[in-house]
Design a protein around this ligand. Structure first.
Ligand code: SF4
Ligand code: FES
Length: 362
């Protein structure tokens, strides 16, 4: 009999309202096969999901996409989430958010805005986002959010092509009035994995970024919080992805599929359920996809007998799938993994100068 612990309530729900998006970032975390508009959950079903999430114990709701502002009913969805008692965070590129719409969202109960940043200048930002004029639009939205007194977090996605601008990025975030910045280096799933050669930073860039962040954490203390997610390929041990599988949060895809993490759909052996098939509490507690990698029994060696197994939970299941072809394998970034040579070979083969063309999400 497998020892699968029953988890406490999840803290957060990430609602991927739509895969539609005006940007086409080459590191998009959406799947390679996008969900069509016709398959998206309707307003009433999302509202029911938010209520079920609150009953389950979820505290924070992250409205994401694609671009959530592509949904015409975003204001209604925010109001439904607020009525359910959830803290509502909007994760957005800013495109599609007018001053009037921001006002309506605030009125509906929006608590927080998290704005993605593709670069500190229009040239690189619009090239990476694949959307001309996107940077200027984003700056306007940032100003409007701060002017309303809504808390703003910037989500700066860093990679080889913009990492040398990190110090400038931090200065800009502070000047814009952001209360927090997440400096998130691209993690390699889906589109990012496809464009890995062009996006994976060099070791020298990563070392410099760590020094820049350490100095900035000191300099901005009390004025702006800084979170840093380094690229795990350069680490000795993997990240504790999702805080451990099925332990802290859950994602609902645009068509209602409930996932333990945003990339879980890349694991073909998992069986997922939709919010239209079973209550969220049932899926969270007993769903086969959620139970698959809880506890220790699924682990193989070296994780099974490792004294870090309750620290990093064997790393990321989706990365194990992507690199080793086995979702139960030790995350290949781990120095003890029998597949670590795959990661080292990738680092050694990084282009020295000219980077390859990127495949944009369309
Ligand atoms: Fe973590 Fe497994 Fe590596 Fe141990 S062997 S450090 S548990 S990934
Ligand atoms: Fe799925 Fe890490 S992204 S477990």
């Amino acid at each position: 009999m497998r020892d699968v612990p029953v988890p406490p309530a999840p803290i957060a729900l990430l609602a991927e309202l739509t895969h539609r998006c005006p940007l086409s970032c080459p590191y998009c975390s959406n799947p390679l096969e996008l969900t069509a508009r016709e398959a998206e959950l309707d307003t009433a079903t999302w509202a029911r999901v938010f209520a079920e999430a609150a009953d389950l114990g979820v505290l924070q709701l992250h409205l994401s996409g694609g671009e959530p502002a592509s949904r015409r009913d975003l204001e209604e969805l925010v109001a439904a989430a607020r009525a359910a008692g959830l803290y509502v965070n909007l994760i957005t590129s800013g495109i599609g958010l007018t001053e009037a719409r921001l006002g309506a969202l605030e009125e509906a109960g929006l608590d927080h805005v998290q704005l993605s940043l593709q670069g500190v200048r229009a040239g690189i930002a619009d090239r990476i986002g694949g959307y001309r004029g996107g940077f200027d639009r984003k700056m306007e939205v940032a100003r409007a959010v701060v002017a309303r007194g809504l808390p703003l977090t910037l989500n700066a996605v860093m990679h080889r092509q913009n990492m040398d601008d990190l110090a400038e990025t931090l200065e800009m975030a502070h000047a814009m009035g952001a209360r927090r910045i997440e400096v998130a280096c691209v993690q390699f799933y889906g589109w990012a994995l496809r464009n890995r050669e062009a996006l994976l930073p060099t070791r020298a860039q990563v070392e410099e970024a760590k020094r820049t962040v350490a100095a900035a954490v000191r300099d901005y203390r009390g004025r702006m919080a800084i979170d840093f997610v380094p690229p795990d390929y350069y680490a000795d041990y993997p990240k504790a992805c999702m805080g451990g599988w099925g332990s802290t949060g859950l994602n609902v895809a645009p068509d209602g599929t409930v996932l333990p993490c945003h990339a879980a759909g890349t694991i073909p052996s998992l069986r997922f359920q939709k919010v239209t098939e079973a209550p969220l509490s049932e899926i969270w507690t007993h769903g086969p996809a959620f139970k698959a990698f809880r506890g220790h029994d699924w682990m193989s060696e070296p994780c099974r007998s490792c004294d870090r197994r309750d620290i990093d939970h064997g790393g990321c299941r989706c990365q194990a799938m992507a690199l080793a072809g086995d979702p139960a394998a030790t995350d290949p970034v781990c120095r003890f993994s029998p597949h670590r040579a795959l990661v080292d070979a990738t680092l050694e083969a990084l282009p020295k100068e000219k980077l390859p063309e990127m495949a944009y999400r369309r």
